[in-house]
Structure formats: structure tokens, C-alpha cells
Design a protein around this ligand. Sequence first.
Ligand SMILES: CCCCC/C=C\C/C=C\C/C=C\C/C=C\CCCC(=O)SCCNC(=O)CCNC(=O)[C@H](O)C(C)(C)COP(=O)(O)OP(=O)(O)OC[C@H]1O[C@@H](n2cnc3c(N)ncnc32)[C@H](O)[C@@H]1OP(=O)(O)O
Length: 166
Amino acid sequence: MSEDPDASAIAPSPSGRLLCGGCAPHDACRLGVEIADARDDVVRFEVVCPRSWHGGPGVAHGGWTAAVFDDVLSVVALRVEPRLVTKSLAVSYLRPVPVERPVQVLARIDRHVGRQWEVSAEMTLAGTALATGRAELRTRHPHHFARHEAWLARQTLSPNGSHAES
Ligand SMILES: CCCCC/C=C\C/C=C\C/C=C\C/C=C\CCCC(=O)SCCNC(=O)CCNC(=O)[C@H](O)C(C)(C)COP(=O)(O)OP(=O)(O)OC[C@H]1O[C@@H](n2cnc3c(N)ncnc32)[C@H](O)[C@@H]1OP(=O)(O)O
């Protein structure tokens, strides 16, 4: 591989958004997440669930809600440390989340010691909590993605389609 997979820098998109790899070419967050206000260790987001993510009639799929929490909980810490990964994510689903209706998410850094980060967020509609999320993040080791690629290259595909370390 010619490019260093760990060298990717976080730069705002042409429209000024902070986007991850899959959404950067679209210059828009496909989950519907927008930063509304950022201050120190707290970021406020306005989020609209696209109808394409609905689960039940008119309400968001729980996987969308979890992905939104993964995103906002990372962004709140990425503003301080650009080399992060999510280690664990817990979501509490309190009420259905409507599609195509703006909801607010407030995310904060609760604790940061060395490589370890604890972050939490609440999703609300008109002041009522719809869901909460909590995550442990880790500052990536140097060569995180290169190590992954080297590990993957060592896996061989057996005739039945399963992987085995070679
Ligand atoms: C996909 C990442 C994207 C990051 C963001 C990038 C750009 C963003 C751009 C714009 C920002 C806009 C929006 C942001 C939105 C979304 C961000 C989403 C964030 C994510 O959604 S991110 C994907 C999900 N999250 C993972 O994908 C983590 C997988 N989990 C691990 O990577 C490890 O679990 C880790 C690091 C958590 C452990 O951390 P730790 O502190 O608990 O423990 P420790 O470091 O001691 O490692 C314990 C054992 O894991 C081995 N180990 C560690 N790193 C390794 C590596 N790279 N390759 C091979 N082995 C590795 C060690 O060698 C040791 O092995 P052993 O026990 O055998 O000695």
C-alpha cells in the first residue's frame, strides 16, 4: 500500500463540516448530524433522522440512533484529540425517535486521563429525553490502521469461506 492509512488528517469538508470517511465524498452527514454549537468540552448537535433510516412506522431504527451516538460522542473528543477510536458504546432507548423531525443532542467529555476518554450524550425533543448514550474512547496507538491492515493481510480465506491466520 502506497499511502499511510494512519496519516489521514481531519479537515473540514468544502462546506465546513467535520465528516468521516464514508460521508466526506458526499459533503454531507448521511446520518443527518449537524453541529449547532461547540464550547469547550460540550457540543450541541441538531439531528434529523432521514426517512430511509426508519425502523417502525415514522420512527428511527435503533441502529441509526446508536450510529448517531457513536458519531457525536467521537466528535466531542475529536475536537481535542484527532486520533480516537470507540472502545465501547452503550445506548438507552427511552422513547421512539421520529424521522424527519429535528432533535437535539448534547454531548460532553466526562473524563479524560492519558489515552482514556469517557463521554456521554442525551438526545431530546422539546426538552424530553428520547435516548442517552455513553462511550469509552481510546487515543489510537501509532500505526493503528497499518497494524490492522498487516493483520488482515495475514488472514487467508479457506475453501469454505472462513478465515484462518496464515
Ligand atoms: C474507524 C475510525 C475512525 C476514526 C475517526 C477518523 C476520522 C474522523 C474524521 C472526522 C470526524 C467526524 C466524525 C467522527 C465520526 C465517527 C467516528 C467513529 C469512531 C469509531 O467508531 S472508531 C471504530 C470502532 N472502533 C474500533 O474499531 C476500535 C477497535 N478496537 C481496538 O482497536 C482496540 O480494542 C482498542 C484500541 C480499543 C484497545 O485499546 P485499549 O486501550 O483498551 O487496549 P490496548 O491498547 O492495550 O490494546 C488491547 C489489545 O488490542 C490490540 N490492539 C490495539 N490496537 C490494535 C490494532 N490497531 N491492531 C491490532 N491490534 C490492536 C493490542 O495489541 C492489545 O492486544 P493484546 O491484548 O493481545 O496485547
